[in-house]
Design a protein around this ligand. Structure first.
Ligand code: GDP
Ligand code: GDP
Length: 452
């Protein structure tokens, strides 16, 4: 059961617009609950990582306006039952009306906490109404433009304290992973310089013992995907893999016959459609500048990266080579520490099952969502251990963090004066997220959102 947030306000202040904004076009409306009158709409709302049921009371408004206040009062009281918080919407352009004042009086005696939302606040025209809204006694009003999607971060901040406890219960009752994102085939791209062994590796993957269900052209006109089933010899589990467009595959599929140079641009194209990207190095050549360029691009695009040193069967001084490459990666790929580094041989098949095992694992990490409550517990600890600096004596206030998406894991911090946060402090937070929340080897995005 999601917590309920109810939207209340006189006609025409923008309640339906706010409802639609929070529910989003793609999400189906939740059906009216049994026994509940028709004049309420229920929807599943998502706001920057918060999930709740949003209830719109707009339907009260159709009938005779003379009896409106009385019916609204009865309906408001009915609707408030079971709500965690009410959004009392006013039109900041129109300013407060007598009906707004009357609704405010009912809400003041209700046990449900109220957030006043001053809607239509885009531009300057709403400043007067926003000021008036302070006088209602519901604390700081949230200035919002439901139509233009402005002020949603402030609304999130205002809602969080009311929904946090409920969200926490729910988070703890639910598994962390989004199962359907992991049940589809692993979308894997193999990139690397010419002659690194991409074709050989793909031929090995798609050998006779593999179930070849492609090639399928379909992702885009000029890209190719091949589906096959890999059986993990350790667990005997069969797992689906989709190899995405690489120069090597195009050779195999005879779509492009000429020898292609694996440029950064080619890799970029493959990466667009992949979840996990394997960068193949040539053990006889070591790590070169071009490899680092491709690796950085993969991480900048937010994909999970694995680096595999190929031709291990002919590697000279393998342990020194491995350590050398590992150190060069630590220097050259500072964005992500701990990108998996494996040794393989496309020719002999050594290390290939391990490569796929790691690829499935890293996809899981890349797809993970951290519950808001756990995230904020980490956040409090991280700030306590190393408080944000106060540049020029100005205190930076960091209030909350939320994971707005996965694949790649992306986080937003809310607070004030966050534009003053130095890059070194952001790095501290990112590294701490990695270490403490188990995102070691995947790219992470962290953005700061200041509110007034
Ligand atoms: P409701 O009767 O409270 O549900 O209000 P509606 O959502 O139907 O909106 C009433 C009118 O206000 C519509 O014409 C909307 O386009 C407009 N409106 C809603 N939100 C905003 C906003 O943020 N800014 C402006 N300028 N107009 C808005
Ligand atoms: P691509 O350009 O990346 O597709 O590379 P190819 O698959 O065409 O391989 C380039 C050369 O490296 C070929 O001569 C392969 O036989 C050789 N090669 C590929 N993988 C291995 C390997 O694991 N060990 C050895 N010794 N040679 C390999």
């Amino acid at each position: 059961m999601l917590p309920q947030v109810i939207i209340i306000g006189r006609p025409n202040v923008g309640k339906s617009t706010l409802f639609n904004r929070l529910v989003g076009k793609k999400l189906a409306l939740v059906d009216d609950q049994p026994g509940v009158t028709r004049d309420r709409r229920f929807g599943e709302a998502h706001l920057l990582g918060l999930d709740f049921t949003i209830v719109d009371t707009a339907g009260w408004e159709d009938d005779d306006p003379s009896s409106l206040p009385g019916r609204m009062r009865a309906q408001t009281e009915a609707a408030l039952v079971g709500a965690s918080v009410a959004l009392f919407v006013i039109d900041s352009r129109a300013g407060l009306t007598p009906l707004d004042e009357e609704i405010a009086r009912w809400l003041r005696v209700s046990p449900v906490p109220v957030i006043c939302v001053a809607n239509k606040a885009e531009g300057k025209a709403g400043d007067g109404g926003l000021f008036e809204a302070f006088s209602l006694g519901f604390g700081d009003p949230v200035a919002l433009s439901a139509e233009h999607g402005q002020g949603l971060a402030d609304l999130f901040e205002a809602l969080l304290p009311h929904l946090d406890a409920k969200q926490r219960e729910r988070d703890e009752a639910e598994p962390e992973e989004e199962v359907d994102e992991l049940s589809g085939p692993l979308k894997l791209a193999i990139v690397g310089r010419p002659n690194a062994g991409k074709s050989t590796l793909i031929n090995r993957f798609l050998g006779e013992d593999r179930l070849l269900t492609g090639p399928e052209a379909g992702i885009t006109r000029d890209s190719i995907a091949v589906d096959w089933a890999w059986t993990d010899p350790k667990t005997s589990e069969e797992r689906q893999v989709r190899l995405i467009d690489t120069a090597g595959m195009r050779k195999k599929a005879r779509v492009v016959d000429k020898l292609e140079k694996m440029s950064v641009a080619d890799a970029r194209h493959a990466v667009d459609f992949a979840e996990v990207v394997v960068l193949l190095l040539d053990a006889t050549l070591g790590l070169e500048h071009q490899d680092l360029k491709i690796a950085s691009m993969v991480l900048e695009e937010g994909r999970a990266l694995i680096i595999a040193i190929n031709k291990w069967d002919v590697a000279e001084g393998p342990s020194g080579l491995f350590n050398g490459i590992s150190a060069a990666l630590a220097d050259g790929l500072s964005q992500v520490k701990g990108v998996p580094l494996l040794s393989v041989s496309a020719r002999t098949g050594k290390g290939l099952d391990e490569l796929l095992r790691v690829a499935f694992e890293i996809r899981e990490t890349w797809s993970r969502r951290v519950p808001t409550a756990a995230l904020n517990r980490w956040f409090d600890d991280a700030l306590a251990a190393n408080p944000p600096p106060a540049p020029g004596g100005k205190r930076i206030k960091m209030r909350y963090i939320t994971q707005i998406k996965n694949r790649p894991p992306s986080f937003v911090v809310f607070g004030t004066r966050l534009e003053l946060i130095p890059a070194s402090y952001e790095r501290y937070l990112v590294n701490s997220i990695r270490r403490e929340l188990g995102f070691e080897a995947v790219p992470i995005r962290l953005t700061m959102r200041s509110s007034k």
